[in-house]
Design a protein around this ligand. Structure first.
Ligand code: HEM
Length: 153
């Protein structure tokens, strides 16, 4: 056995072991990603995102702090676009087909209070659905920089 290990087979064994170790090393990040649920899954996938958007708009269109600009919206269109956007941001593989944030909010003079009011609605909707903190924070962090294109134009 000892002789065999030191014999001609040893090189092949070592190469096989190194190859296996490399393969494991290379595959670890990919399998870790695959086994972790993406943020999209944590939001509940397509159904979850649709329900989140619907609840967000229910609140935003009825709350006196946020409802001002929603008087004449095309709600099905907004639900679709917002759903696409959240799906894309959370890794669901959608492609957002709507206008830029600057274009779609231009002319409405949206205030900071309206912006933070809507963010608060989203936070509450996500909490009500027990969306994990990491997913909630990831989404809110992605939306925060959009403020500069949404408020005050
Ligand atoms: C980060 C925060 C926000 C995001 C991600 C967002 C996202 C969007 C998206 C994707 C659209 C549709 C664009 C299109 O159809 O091409 C839209 C439109 C619109 N948003 Fe926002 N929005 C945000 C904040 C706000 C706030 C704070 C208000 C007002 C309080 C607001 C009011 C509207 C209105 C009135 C429309 C137009 C709907 C229509 O004309 O049918 N949004 N927004």
């Amino acid at each position: 056995m000892l002789l065999n290990a030191k014999g001609p087979g040893r090189g092949r064994t070592r190469i096989a072991l190194i190859t296996a170790a490399l393969a494991c090393g290379l595959m670890a990040p990919a399998s870790a990603l695959a086994s972790e649920p993406s943020n999209y899954a944590a939001l509940g996938g397509a159904d979850g995102v649709a329900q989140i958007v619907s609840a967000l708009l229910d609140r935003s269109t009825s709350d006196p702090q946020t409802r001002r600009t929603f008087a004449k919206i095309n709600r099905p269109q907004l639900e679709k676009r917002l759903g696409q956007q959240i799906c894309q941001l959370s890794g669901g593989g959608c492609v957002y087909e709507g206008e830029s944030m600057l274009l779609s909010h231009g002319g409405m003079k949206i205030t900071e209070s309206e912006f933070y009011g809507m963010v608060e609605h989203l936070r509450e909707v996500l909490d009500a659905r027990s969306v994990p903190l990491a997913t909630k924070n990831a989404l809110l962090a992605q939306l925060a920089p959009m403020k500069r294109d949404i408020v005050g134009h």
